[in-house]
Design a protein around this ligand. Structure first.
Ligand code: C2E
Ligand code: CA
Ligand code: CA
Ligand code: CA
Length: 277
């Protein structure tokens, strides 16, 4: 038993050091990714629930690793947060998204995800203002998506920062709503313009009647608080019809489009314009 124990312990150590090694490599690679042009932003259209017209798009970060290929953001954003890279990366995403959105029709906005770490950075407001003035994007066309995690803990500073951003004309959306802590007090303490219902609720429609009830309840809550409501993760026509009937303002999901490049987004817009004319 002792020998076996030693063997397993050794196995564990070597597996652990392998993970540490992998992580170190990824860390080194991530530090270089920005400078080497390996990061890119894709955009997922958001559509008007009633007309189906594009109202804007959400910016989603992509990392094209030279050997490993496409690495999803959920695999490297937590790492970027840990090693202090998220502010640089987040600022780059914001600039890129604002720049590309200036090529879109004026009625379309762009939504950018903010890490909780960025919200705690005192330079955030200044960098948003600088990016908007340098790119010339109207602040009203920018929306920042935050999660409830960002509002936990140091919420006095989060409140001050988000209020200043909101006063500047930039909209704030509460992402992944219904998961996490969902303390309803956030909704009136913070300057929230939009609620994004987490995709897990939409995706269990029509099988799960509880999810359907939750989507309807969140939509009504948002509307009564004067907020816009987006349903995320719409994959089927049934889900689209349900969210639209529930009263959601905007819909987003693979049913309409996967995330695409800004150029692809514009070519779709041109095609629909030509088809409509
Ligand atoms: P999120 O903000 O909730 O973004 C929506 C995610 O759902 C995206 O995954 C999108 O591709 C995916 N999605 C959209 N429609 C559907 C659908 O119909 N079905 C399914 N199954 N999925 C759908 P993605 O691009 O892999 O991003 C994952 C997460 O990574 C994002 O979740 C966000 O939390 C984070 N993220 C992405 N880009 C950024 C960024 O620039 N900054 C920060 N801080 N986080 C980001
Ligand atoms: Ca989001
Ligand atoms: Ca989300
Ligand atoms: Ca308010």
């Amino acid at each position: 038993a002792k020998a076996e124990g030693r063997c397993c312990f050794r196995f564990y150590v070597s597996e652990m050091s392998q993970n540490v090694q992998l992580r170190r490599t990824l860390e080194t690679d991530l530090r270089r990714a920005l400078g080497r042009g390996e990061l890119a932003v894709q955009y997922q259209p958001q559509v008007d629930a009633k007309t189906g017209a594009y109202t804007g798009a959400e910016a989603l970060l992509r990392w094209y690793h030279p050997e490993k290929g496409l690495i999803p953001p959920t695999d490297f954003i937590p790492l970027a947060e840990e090693i202090g890279l998220i502010n640089a990366i987040g600022t780059w995403v914001l600039r890129q998204a604002c720049l590309e959105a200036t090529n879109w029709p004026r009625h379309m906005g762009v939504a950018v995800n903010l890490s909780p770490v960025q919200i705690m950075d005192r330079r955030l407001l200044r960098s948003i203002k600088t990016i908007l003035s340098e790119t010339g994007l109207d602040p009203k066309r920018l929306e920042l998506e935050i999660t409830e995690t960002a509002l936990l803990g140091n919420d006095e500073q989060a409140l001050a920062t988000l209020s200043a951003i909101s006063d500047f004309g930039v909209a704030i959306a509460l992402d992944d709503f219904g998961t996490g802590y969902s303390s309803l007090s956030y909704l009136h303490r913070f300057p929230i313009d939009r609620i994004k219902i987490d995709r897990s609720f939409l995706q269990s429609i029509p099988e799960d009647s509880d999810s359907a009830t939750i989507v309807q309840a969140i939509t009504r809550l948002g509307a009564n608080l004067g907020m816009k409501v987006t349903a995320e993760g719409i994959e089927t026509e049934v889900q689209q019809r349900f969210a639209s009937n529930a009263g959601c303002d905007t819909l987003q999901g693979y049913f309409f489009s996967r995330p695409v490049t800004s150029a692809q987004l514009m070519s779709v817009l041109e095609t629909t314009l030509r088809a409509g004319a």
